[in-house]
Design a protein around this ligand. Structure first.
Ligand code: CTP
Length: 410
């Protein structure tokens, strides 16, 4: 499992170091997101050493990877331990004041909290009401244990012992149909694309008609760029071939800008050979003007006929030159019509293209183009559906990468 471990500012944070260690020993991937206050009790270095993963607190670190959203999206389960009274209150009001608050708002995974505080605080009506609200929202609450507290006092409010926290977490995970057995780090790690080279085409090509005009399409590059950011965040070495994309790319991602389908074909042909995964997310023109005028074409009152010739099918070329073990992914933006549904067209295209995966995209006014939610069906080379999903382009990107990772022979 990918466990997101939120640590908030209580003395019991020290016990959670043993929880992190135990989860790692059991073969799970753990990302600790400590609040700033918790770092007064246990430092970042402890978390990073125990988990082998970065332990960031601030939403504004690693911004291009949109980590405040992707951490929550990728977690299989979230445990907040210890959860202070203050943090429970911030969860109730949905505050996103740091990375942990953001991740909790972005996750669909089961959320487990282990409150720890003085008995008076635990019994305070505000805390009681907050816990009741969280329970009503489906949050799992591991009741605090009774016993010696920080000072000389004792009573309910103690964080349960690490082994009890882990047992409670596993019981909740199992009841949510999660596999608590040791997981394959290559498939279920936070950085499961470490050492992997990925080449992604994005955007839409433009084929010159004359000195000022071109034939283009509506692809914005958002999905291709989301794939690049997601792959980078998962540890891959990423190169993007961007066809007419005006968006910025995060640090650490190589970018080659191109304009035409011929330039895109050259760029992809030059670098795809070394890649482990090649993703053709760009919308490539199928036809280009047979010749482009070097000056502006003037109108002369008559109809204008453009002769168009087919462009190279870059995806088909990449499939033909694919080396063993390489995973090639195509995209297919389809609309259904009287002759067939989106899925039928997608199946036919999967078989015809021969890519390992074809991401089928139903395009329309509100789904598909631009920075709008996306809805995809992922087919394998035989045209069988292997995954479906919808959501932000980043969520879709992770879904596509999950499927690519599963096919990588490493
Ligand atoms: N593609 C490509 N080269 C082309 C056309 C498309 O590499 N000349 C790639 C796209 O990047 C995408 C996939 O092929 O990954 C499918 O693109 P799409 O436009 O849906 O399909 P086409 O092959 O162009 O077929 P059609 O337009 O007839 O549906």
């Amino acid at each position: 499992m990918r466990v997101l471990l939120g640590v908030t500012g209580g003395i019991a944070a020290y016990k959670v170091a043993l929880v992190a260690r135990r989860l790692k020993e059991d073969g799970h991937s753990v990302r600790v997101v400590p609040t700033e206050a918790s770092l007064k009790f246990v430092g970042r270095a402890t978390w990073e050493a125990l988990t082998g993963e970065p332990a960031r607190s601030d939403t504004f670190e690693n911004v291009p990877s949109v980590e405040h959203i992707s951490l929550g999206q990728r977690a299989d389960i979230v445990l907040v331990a210890p959860a202070t009274a203050d943090f429970l209150a911030s969860m109730v009001s949905g505050e996103a004041r740091d990375l942990l608050g953001n991740a909790l708002l972005a996750t669909h995974a089961p959320v487990v909290v282990a409150p720890a505080m003085h008995t008076e605080m635990w019994r305070h009506p505000a805390t009681t009401a907050n816990v009741a609200t969280l329970l009503a929202r489906g949050v799992h609450v591991i009741e605090p244990a009774s016993g010696r507290l920080t000072g000389s006092d004792s009573g309910p409010g103690r964080l349960p012992e690490p082994e009890d926290l882990v047992a409670a977490l596993y019981a909740i995970a199992q009841s949510s149909q999660l596999d608590v057995g040791a997981s394959n780090p290559a498939e279920h790690g936070w950085g499961d694309l470490g050492g992997c080279r990925i080449v992604i085409s994005a955007g839409g090509t433009r084929e010159p008609v004359d000195a000022v005009r071109f034939l283009g399409n509506r692809s914005s590059g958002h999905q291709g760029f989301a794939l690049a950011e997601a792959a980078r965040e998962r540890g891959a070495d990423v190169t993007v071939v961007a066809a007419n994309v005006v968006l910025p790319l995060g640090e650490g991602i190589a970018r080659i800008d191109v304009e035409t389908s011929a330039q895109l074909a050259d760029a992809m042909g030059g670098i795809a050979g070394d890649a482990d995964v090649v993703i053709m997310a760009a919308a490539v023109a199928d036809y280009r003007p047979a010749s482009a005028s070097t000056t502006k074409i003037k109108k002369d009152g008559k109809a204008l006929t453009l002769e168009l010739v087919e462009t190279e099918d870059i995806l088909a070329s990449l499939v033909t030159s694919k080396r063993p073990g390489q995973v090639v992914v195509g995209f297919a933006a389809e609309t259904g019509d009287d002759a067939g549904s989106v899925l039928e067209y997608g199946r036919a295209k999967a078989l015809q293209k021969g890519a390992d995966l074809l991401v089928l995209n139903a395009v329309g006014e509100t789904v598909g183009f631009g920075n709008v939610p996306n809805s995809v069906t992922i087919l394998d080379g035989a045209g069988d559906v292997v995954a479906t999903g919808s959501g932000s382009k980043l969520a879709v990107a992770h879904l596509v990468l999950d499927q690519a990772v599963a096919r990588l022979k490493r």
